[in-house]
Design a protein. Structure first.
Length: 450
């Protein structure tokens, strides 16, 4: 199959931009509206997107001054939402976020295996370590675990989940009513895991799906994050402002994966892109300026407080002055560094910085016509910058519809994007291989050696 651009749609119902809820087109209650999420899912499927992606947090700010702005102070739990959306769609994948720091592997394995069955093989798990002090205080801690600890736990967590997903071989169920034989007990296996962080017996009480098991997605750019991604991820969401840094990340991840014995083509790197799309560049710029003008300064400051690692409180600083140094964080180290880089390279004031990152929190914002945006995506795709993109429409639903109606046809004209879905599972549409059950593989190896 000719290599094509893969596309995820990052569609929080409350909108992506910190001020999106104030846009006339954006439902102010979109974050908690099932009907609106269903509208977004169907629009993404009309555009032939691979998957609907949702991030998730485990804490909120009572004043609404959180990373996503007031409209994202409360929302819906992603796996629950996607379980409701899956039967109302046919091909669209659903990638939900779950935390390796505050969940147990058995619970994670069980709920994602269930979503995978409900969706007929269209589920993905976005692996996160959760980097906020607020979340720690909601889970019986006074402060969050150190960055290195969270990633060590995450690596073992994913290992255990994959063992649990292999509890049942693909042909375990016989279900012969005449003989009374329901399953082959020799094809059910315990996890029998004992490690530094977890002791899990297994087996899981949910079987495998048509795609074997959910697609494993990871988003992290720190050294620990890259190591975890290279070892475990099948899709990597990442944030870059320039092609050269995207290329460095892309080549680094692929080489790390190869060194671990993995096929680099089985790991898809998908940077985030926030597109303001117009029929002309001037029209796109007007859309950008209109949304930027709606930012409340306190929301912009709160956004930067989060993105700079939660260690720098910018309230009281001159908004038209430079960004001060931020103390090191045990939170999102890579995002803290990226925000610092954006400020320094552009000479931004605090106000200019929050205006720039308000659309996508450090992901790449592109303002232009459909042709200009397609040019950018094509350049990154064809020059070791990306295998696809996680699209972050700044406001909804119009930002998504603009992309579907204007950019998708342009990519299709260039032969860069599908004109119909290739399969029914998320793996099939992403071009990822079916994961062989480890116990079936071991049995086949033994038989071949005899």
């Amino acid at each position: 199959m000719t290599r094509k651009i893969r596309l995820g749609a990052f569609l929080p119902g409350g909108g992506q931009h910190v001020a999106s809820w104030r846009h006339p087109d954006q439902p102010a209650d979109g974050a908690v509206s099932f009907a609106f999420h269903l509208q977004l899912a169907r629009e993404a499927e009309r555009g032939l997107f691979d998957a609907y992606f949702l991030a998730d947090g485990l804490a909120t700010s009572t004043g609404g001054l959180s990373e996503g702005g007031p409209a994202r102070v409360a929302g819906l739990e992603p796996v629950t939402l996607f379980a409701a959306l899956a039967p109302l769609t046919q091909n669209l994948g659903f990638i939900a976020t779950a935390s390796t720091t505050y969940e147990e592997p058995y619970n994670t394995a069980r709920k994602f295996a269930s979503l995978d069955l409900i969706s007929d093989g269209r589920a993905g798990w976005n692996v996160v370590t959760t980097a906020t002090e607020g979340a720690a205080r909601n889970f019986n801690l006074d402060q969050q675990h150190p960055h290195a600890h969270r990633y060590a736990r995450a690596a073992e967590h994913v290992e255990v989940v994959k063992k649990l997903w292999d509890s049942f071989e693909d042909d375990v169920f016989i279900r012969d009513k005449d003989s009374g034989r329901f399953h082959d007990r020799d094809k059910i296996h315990p996890a029998a895991h004992r490690g530094e962080h977890f002791k899990v017996a297994g087996p899981l009480n949910v079987s495998r799906s048509p795609q074997g098991h959910p697609v494993i997605v990871q988003a992290g750019q720190s050294e620990d994050g890259r190591a975890l991604a290279a070892a475990t991820a099948e899709v990597i969401f990442t944030a870059h402002q320039r092609l050269d840094t995207a290329q460095q990340f892309y080549r680094d991840i692929k080489s790390r994966a190869a060194a671990l014995g993995r096929d680099p083509s089985h790991i898809l790197v998908m940077p985030g892109v926030a597109p303001f799309v117009g029929r002309t560049e001037a029209e796109a710029r007007e859309k950008y300026d209109r949304l930027t003008a709606l930012i409340q300064p306190e929301d912009g400051v709160a956004l930067l407080n989060q993105l700079t690692g939660g260690t720098l409180d910018l309230r009281g600083f001159d908004l038209d002055g430079p960004l001060p140094p931020a103390p090191p964080t045990e939170g999102m180290k890579s995002r803290q560094a990226l925000i610092r880089q954006i400020a320094d390279e552009n000479g931004f004031t605090i106000r200019q910085l929050y205006q720039w990152v308000a659309s996508a929190r450090g992901h790449y914002t592109v303002v232009g016509s459909a042709r200009q945006i397609a040019d950018t995506l094509q350049e990154w795709f064809e020059n070791d910058g990306a295998d696809g993109f996680n699209i972050l429409p700044p406001w909804l639903p119009t930002g998504l519809t603009d992309f579907v109606d204007l950019v998708i046809p342009e990519l299709q004209r260039r032969g860069l994007f599908r004109t119909e879905y290739e399969g029914r599972t998320l793996r099939a549409n992403l071009g990822l291989p079916f994961p062989t059950n480890r116990h079936a593989a071991a049995r086949a190896a033994r038989l071949a050696a005899e």
